[in-house]
Structure formats: C-alpha cells, structure tokens
Ligand binder design. Structure first.
Ligand code: GLU
Length: 290
C-alpha cells in the first residue's frame, strides 16, 4: 500500500508539474509562488536596481567607458547572479537620493542600492535588507579652505542633496550654516568649483570618491559626525524577495566576494570588518551617532 502510494505520487508528480517541488532557476533561487514580487522578477528574468550615476566609489556612469561601476553596482550584479543565475540579469537605472523611496513604492525598481542609509523613519515606508556597509557623514572642501570641521560652518554655505540624511543631519549639527540643496552630489561639487558654496556634506565615502578624482582640488575634513549604515531597499510586504536578497548577501559576504568588491572600489581604504547583519545593531554599537 505504502509503496503503491509512493510510486503513484511519483508518476503523478511527473505528469502534473504542480505536484513536483518548485524547479530551481538555473543557478538562481527556486521559483517563488505566483503573485509575489520575486516571481515577477523571475518571470521577467531581470532585477531592476536603482543606483547612483554620479558617485565615483559606489554608483558611477564612467564617461570614459560609458559603463556603470562602483560598490553598489558590483553588489547588484552579484545579487542578480545569486537570485537569477547571472550577473547580466541586473538592470540598472538611476535613482537619485529623493527618488529612492518613490521609485520603490511605484514599482519602478525592485531594489535600491544607492548609498542608502537604513533608519527607522525610512523603515516606516520601505523594507531594508541586511546591512552591507557603514559610512559616516563628513565634509568636502577646496584645498586651502579654512573649514576644518562642522564647528567652522556658522555663516558659511554648505551644499547637500534633497531627500538625503545628510541634509537633515547638517541642519541639526550646524544650525547656523546656510544649506544649499541640489538633486545630486556632483552638482554640489560643481557649485563648490564655481565658488557658489564653501563645502559639500554627505557620507565620507562619497566625498572621498570626489577627492580621489581631483586630489589637487579637494580634501575631506571633519571626520565622521554621524553614522550611516547602508542597506538595500525594497517595497514593503515582499518577504520572498527580501529573503532571497538577504540569503544572497550572506553568501556574498561568506565567500569573500564582499571583501573583493570593497577592495576593487574603495582602493586605498583599509577593509573594515563586515557590518553587522542587522542595521539597527550598527546604531546600538555607536549610540552617539559618530
Ligand atoms: N546615505 C545618505 C542617505 O541615504 C546620504 C547619501 C545619499 O544621499 O545617497 O541619504
């Protein structure tokens, strides 16, 4: 009776696909149930990822090669490989700071990897993956500037980007500075070049990218005065996609690929310990915020 049941079920499984376990995509994760965002991504064969296009270290459309490069781009390709079986299944689109949450909530992108700080306020609007980097806010000034830290900003112009934590932080930490806002950090750097602003403020690793491109013109000063744990963003209520990306991130970290991505994109910056999995833990570890 038992053996009969097993062989009948086996035959049934062969005849009716629905009885078989979900087939794995070649090299990717098992097919997700119909109606889920992960299944939609699988059926499309592409994961649409929003990245920066003007941030040399993390998301940069290199005008010399016309190729996208940076930590977020490499990480996006590795996630596409883990989830969909090939790095070529990552499709990138530009997501400026203020566009990140609206793009997710409009379904325009599946994943944001755009130097995005995970925090409680944003976690009310979108879900965050595991943490994959920890930055801190700092200042970029022209060589020769007398600005050495946030204490020197009173009465001076400082540029940041709409929709960033950097904007909110600088208003709180340097309330007497005059904050000028643009949509991208490269516009801020141009504004400093033209003399419109005296400093640019955002995450140190973004500023370092600009300083490394032109060390004869700019320098990063003032140390880290906030803490910015980066995590991927996805639209709320998509547990299958969230799980698949977190599993991918775990494998990417465990295999040493995270470290290789770091070294490739942040040349000359010592590789730190991997960030804790839970971005909230980063704030608990450094409660002072810097
Ligand atoms: N990490 C900060 C944020 O998410 C600043 C960098 C950015 O605007 O991308 O807002």
């Amino acid at each position: 009776m038992h053996r009969w049941f097993r062989s009948t079920c086996l035959l049934f499984a062969v005849l009716v696909a629905g009885c078989a376990p979900p087939a794995a995509q070649p090299g990717g994760v098992a097919r997700a149930p119909e109606g889920t965002l992960l299944r939609k991504v699988q059926d499309r064969g592409k994961i649409v990822i929003g990245v920066k296009y003007d941030v040399p270290t993390f998301g940069y459309l290199n005008p010399r090669t016309n190729q996208l490069e940076g930590f977020d781009v490499d990480l996006g390709r590795a996630i596409a490989r883990e989830v969909l079986g090939s790095e070529d299944r990552a499709e990138f689109t530009q997501a400026k700071s203020a566009d990140r949450i609206p793009f997710l909530n409009a379904g325009q992108v599946d994943l944001i990897l755009s130097t995005m700080t995970a925090n409680e306020e944003r976690a009310g609007q979108i879900d965050f993956t595991d943490a994959y980097y920890v930055a801190g806010q700092s200042l970029l000034v022209r060589n020769g500037s007398t600005v050495n830290g946030i204490g020197d900003l009173a009465g001076r112009t400082v540029c940041s980007v709409t929709g960033s934590t950097s904007e909110a932080n600088i208003r709180e930490k340097a309330p007497r500075a005059e904050v000028v806002l643009f949509g991208t950090y490269s516009e801020c750097v141009q504004a400093m070049d033209s003399g419109r602003v005296e400093a640019v403020t955002t995450d140190d690793i973004i500023l370092l990218g600009f300083a490394n491109e032109a060390p004869d013109r700019y320098k990063v000063v003032g140390g880290q005065f906030t803490i910015e744990p980066y995590a991927g963003g996805i639209a709320k209520n998509n547990p299958e996609l969230l799980q698949a990306i977190n599993d991918a991130l775990k494998r990417i970290k465990a295999s040493g690929e995270w470290k290789r991505i770091y070294e490739r994109n942040l040349k000359g910056v010592a590789v730190p310990a991997e960030p804790p999995v839970d971005w909230r833990e980063v704030y608990r570890m450094r409660p002072s915020g810097a």
